[in-house]
Design a binder for this molecule. Sequence first.
Ligand SMILES: [Zn+2]
Length: 236
Amino acid sequence: MIFDPLYLIVLAVGGLLSFWASARTKGAFAKYSKFTTRAGFTGAEVAQHILNDNGISDVTIEPVPGKLTDHYDPRTRTLRLSEPVFGGRSMSAFGVAAHEVGHAIQHATGYSMLKFRSAWVPVANFGSGLSIFIIIAAAMMGGVSTAMGANLAWLGIALFSTTTIFTLVTLPVEFDASRRALLALEAGRYVDGEELDGARKVLNAAAMTYVAAFVTSLLTLLYWAMRLGLLGGRDD
Ligand SMILES: [Zn+2]
C-alpha cells in the first residue's frame, strides 16, 4: 500500500505545488520589498491607519520574529507583523500589513466565512488526527469488498474530508482579506497606482499557497476514496 505508485504521484504533485507556491510568494515578497512606498509610513503604521479608518480600536499591533509569519489572532485581537513588514516601508510590507488588517476587519464585522472557519478548526483537528487510522483499518479490511471495510472506508473519508473542507473555506477568507487590503490601501491613499500593483502581486502570490494546500488535500482525499473502492474501479 505504501509503495503504490499512484500515491507517490499524489505526494509528488502536492509537494511540488506547495513548493512552487511558497517559492513564488517568497520571490514576490523579495522583489517588491525593494520598492519603497512614498507615503512615509511603516507597515505597522499603515496597519494602524487602516484600523482607525475602519473604526477598530481594540486591536493591538505587535512585531513577531521570522519571515512571512504575519497573522491576525482573533482570540486576543492581536495583529502580529513579521519584522520586515512591521518596520518595512515597501510595497510588500504594505500589502501584507493591510492583508492582516483585512482579517481584523473580517473579525470586527462578523464575516460569515471567518466565523465558519474558526468554528471548523476543532472539527478539522479531530478529523485529521483520527482519519488516517480509520483509513488504514479500512484498507486492511479490503475497502468496500467487506461490509465492515466499507463502513470504515466511508467513515475514514468523511473524517479526512474535514481537513479538505477547512482548506476550502480558507480560500474565500484569504481572498476576501486581500480584497479588503487593496481597497483600504487605495481608499486611504496610502499608495499610488504603481505601489498598489506591487502590493497586489505579493498578495496574489501568497493566495496561491492556500490554493496549493486545497488542491493537495483534495487529491489526497480522492486518492484514498479510490484506493478504498469508493470511487472508480480499482480492484486490487
Ligand atoms: Zn491571511
